[in-house]
Design a protein. Structure first.
Length: 95
């Protein structure tokens, strides 16, 4: 169970990084920033995107993990938030 959750957290982090930072989604991020202030900020916010990615992963993988739905969502969300916090800490606070 722990290894499954760890793999899901790391895969969620990878998906969030691709959406918020990669060249692949750069065009979408620019379009959203030009057309909608709120969506533009949302797609550039790693913590915000990690919550939605965790929510989506929870629904997609719902039948495959033996745990309560709420626990799955909490595991993924808290793991994603923890990874995002450490990323933020390393990037902006450590110099």
């Amino acid at each position: 169970m722990i290894t499954t959750v760890a793999i899901l957290i790391l895969s969620g982090y990878t998906i969030v990084s691709v959406i918020t930072e990669s060249y692949l989604f750069q065009g979408l991020r620019q379009v959203l920033q030009r057309n909608s202030y709120s969506l533009g900020r949302l797609i550039n916010c790693q913590l915000c995107v990690s919550i939605w990615v965790s929510f989506a992963l929870t629904f997609v993988l719902l039948p495959y993990i033996n745990a309560d739905y709420l626990l799955r969502f909490l595991y993924l969300t808290s793991g994603s938030a923890l990874i995002m916090f450490t990323f933020y800490f390393e990037r902006y606070l450590v110099k």
